[in-house]
Design a protein around this ligand. Structure first.
Ligand code: ADP
Ligand code: MG
Length: 725
């Protein structure tokens, strides 16, 4: 089919499409299937010998060292459970630095001497696997001749059975490391950073009189934004299919200016998709909770309940895979790209973060009188210090070629990292800076003026949608992470910079106590010192305004606009020292992350540039030329019969055609250029040469979209993709 025929056929197919029925059976309540496919505590308690169960729980809940002796018993119970659930294979699931999930499947069946087979799954197979690591990014950590990588069982993240019409698989979350034990994945550093932060948080809790505090962990509740488009359109857009975003497309006559999509009624077809995804997530023990329309047409959000950071991160990856699969089943494509449509709101993945334990809950709960809640203020001050001191590291934890299109645009926080505290807390810290805090602003109530309505309490702090790091009552919401990325990187960074701040605070307070100082006075002095040294990061105003860019600069806050600006933060002496001190990364691992960051950036833009060249040359330009020919033919025909013809329409299409040809030639030349041999040279070339060259192609092509006859236009338009569901 020729280009426009594909598009027109897609429109017909979309109209004729009948979505499948949802998978719920009539007598099933949504919660019925929760955790059904998870090897969770309840299953373990039932199937494991008591001593083994106790030992495993001590590791999972209290961070105790894993006893290798339990592996055989766990493996055997896990195998029986999985076989009963129809699993034929098991897989060590790991999280390589591509940001995707990787799994290598092995059959449970092993041949035995008499020629038959036996289902086997030994402890050693549970504990360790050995996939070939050579095709995963390693940033120089491994030579190709040492292709070996090891996966290691993460007992703290439960195993589960993943259903598939072609056979079920027992999935075991694992870390992925090189022969020398260096991290090749996103999970290892998360677990290491978790341990570091917990240790120092517990020192502080001890100072506040909790004699043997429960293990402190980070909690994370990720809010995932995404787009849904009809699959027929998706398949007719090679750019969406191959790069996750539209590289062409003029703004539709109707955009999101009415804000009529946000929290609007969820379309019936999308609701069917949501119900099915939630059912699958429930089976996997993922606590999907909130769902709603987002700001842009075709955009939605899901927020599972918060969980321990490590589990939330694994669940987040599973959620994304599940969404892709179920969207396909419902005739749609789920887009996680941060900016699939230019000029339309992009998608983020807000990382709600707190720290705490099972005994005390979140340590970031202020209570009614935060000024009087010293323990809360200390943890909150730790966040202020951490975010101020390591703003660059937070920025780089969300840096990618794809998120660059979103950060600092008009719907996402700017690249400047600041903290929003809300009125009440900002006021408390103001008082602290001046000496001591003696009062907290009231919660207050909202008068609606209708007697039949309840009186609603107001939050002491309003929300601030423009802040990258906002306090929201019992947690901080990091709003800069991109919708496509794993939450691991932000969590690792927050954990590590918090470990440093908590360590600093604990040491200072311990020293004061040992010197016989009054504890309250020591806390007071510490808080005053922190807010004086680091208060510059607190900003309660409008993060989208131009003034903030200027003011932030005068406050000395970094403004790392692009990934190219941000990546060097990983290899500063200060960053390397920090990550080494808390044993999250050694300097080789840091260098490897930097190299991989550059590689991924260059790869992403390289693919986009080649797609732009191809679609521009083989779809857009031919359509425009056909249109040009029609116009010219028409003018000629009119002239032939003596009618005076207006030649303006010909000029109107010829100018952007010339511009498109020139831009395509420039892009082609830029792609042929040898950028240099280092990852840095390639990334720089991608960001400074390829990106602007692509933008020029797009400008000319988008201009043509509003000129060329609609029946010739080859690509599904923004209007079609965003408004037909
Ligand atoms: P918003 O109104 O900001 O869009 P949502 O309800 O969509 O909020 O999502 C809020 C997220 O924050 C949820 O995942 C929720 O479970 C999570 N959350 C709530 N309390 C905490 C906490 N103490 N620590 C971490 N995350 C939390
Ligand atoms: Mg939300």
């Amino acid at each position: 089919m020729s280009g426009n025929a594909v598009r027109l056929q897609a429109i017909k197919d979309v109209e004729a499409y009948v979505p499948p029925a949802v998978s719920y059976t009539d007598d099933e309540a949504p919660g019925d299937v929760f955790g059904e496919n998870v090897f969770n505590k309840v299953v373990m308690q039932k199937r494991l010998p008591k001593s083994v169960y106790k030992s495993v729980i001590a590791t999972i809940e209290h961070g105790k060292k894993l006893d290798p002796m339990v592996a055989d018993a766990v493996a055997s119970a896990m195998k029986d459970w999985a076989l009963a659930k129809g699993a034929t294979h098991y897989a060590h699931v790991f999280y390589p630095l591509t940001g995707l999930t990787a799994e290598k499947h092995d059959s449970f069946l092993e041949p035995v001497a008499d020629g038959s087979t036996l289902a086997e799954f030994a402890g050693k197979t549970l504990i360790q696997g050995e996939p070939d690591a050579s095709s995963f990014p390693n940033g120089g950590l491994r030579n190709t001749f040492e292709a070996r990588g090891y996966t290691g069982w993460d007992v703290t993240s439960p195993a589960y059975v993943l259903e598939n019409p072609n056979g079920n698989t027992l999935c075991i979350p694992t870390v992925f490391v090189s022969m020398t034990g260096e991290a090749l994945d996103h999970k290892t550093p998360l677990l290491r950073s978790q341990q570091a932060m917990g240790e120092h948080a517990e020192r502080i809790l001890k100072l506040f009189g909790h004699e043997s505090p429960e293990h402190v962990v980070s909690f994370c509740g990720p809010e995932q934004e995404y787009f849904l488009v009809d699959r027929h359109f998706f398949l007719a857009r090679p750019d969406l299919l191959n790069s996750g975003r539209t590289l062409f497309g003029a703004k539709p006559p109707k955009g999101q200016e009415f804000d009529d999509h946000y929290f609007g009624a969820i379309p019936e077809r999308v609701l069917g998709f949501m119900m099915d995804t939630e059912r699958e997530l429930f089976k996997l023990g993922i606590p999907a909770k909130t769902r709603h329309n987002e700001v842009a047409p075709g955009q939605f959000e899901i927020a599972p309940m918060f969980e321990r950071g490590n589990i939330a991160a694994d669940h987040q990856q599973l959620l994304m895979t599940t969404f892709k699969t179920i969207a396909k089943k419902h005739g749609m494509a789920c887009l996680f790209h941060e900016k699939p449509f230019d000029g339309v709101n992009g998608s983020g993945k807000h990382v709600n973060f707190s720290l705490g334990n099972s005994e005390l809950g979140s340590l970031l709960v202020p209570g009614d009188n935060p000024h009087d809640n010293a323990q809360f203020l200390v943890f909150c001050a730790a966040v202020i210090r951490a975010v101020h001191k390591y703003a660059g590291l937070l920025r780089v934890s969300v840096a990618s070629a794809t998120n660059d299109h979103r950060l600092g645009a008009n719907e996402a926080p700017p690249a400047i990292i600041s903290i929003f505290l809300g009125d009440q807390l900002a006021d408390v810290f103001d008082q602290i800076a001046k000496g001591a805090a003696t009062s907290s602003k009231d919660k207050g109530t909202m008068m609606i003026g209708v007697d039949t309505l309840p009186i609603l309490p107001t939050d002491p702090g309003d929300r601030n949608r423009t802040s990258p790091f906002a306090f929201t009552g019992n947690r901080f919401e990091f709003r800069a992470p991109g919708s496509m990325q794993t939450v691991n990187e932000p969590i690792v960074t927050i954990n590590t910079i918090m470990a440093e701040a908590l360590d600093h605070i604990a040491t200072q307070l311990e020293t004061a106590v040992e010197a016989g100082e009054d504890f309250d006075t020591a806390v007071q002095n510490l808080l005053t010192e922190i807010i004086t040294d680091h208060g510059a990061v607190v900003f309660n105003g409008d993060g989208y305004s131009d003034n903030w860019q200027i003011e932030a600069e005068s406050r000395g806050l970094p403004n790392l606009r692009t990934t190219l600006d941000a990546l060097p933060e990983l290899i500063t002496d200060e960053s390397m020292e920090l990550f080494e001190r808390y044993k999250v990364f050694n300097h080789r691992e840091m260098h490897s992350r930097y190299e991989i960051g550059l590689e991924q950036y260059a790869l992403t833009i390289g693919v986009e540039a080649r797609l732009t060249l191809e679609i521009g040359s083989t779809q857009v330009l031919p359509a425009a030329v056909r249109h040009q020919t029609e116009v010219a033919t028409n003018i000629g025909a009119l002239k032939a019969v003596g009618v005076e013809a207006d030649t303006a329409p010909l000029d109107e299409v010829s100018a952007p055609i010339a511009a498109l040809r020139a831009a395509l030639a420039t892009l082609k030349a830029a792609l042929a250029d040898h950028a240099g041999d280092s990852a840095l040279a390639e990334a720089t070339h991608a960001g400074t040469v390829l990106l602007p060259a692509m933008a020029d192609v797009r400008t000319a092509a988008d201009a043509l979209e509003s000129i060329v006859a609609d029946d010739l236009w080859p690509l599904p338009t923004y209007q079609e993709m965003l408004f037909i569901l």
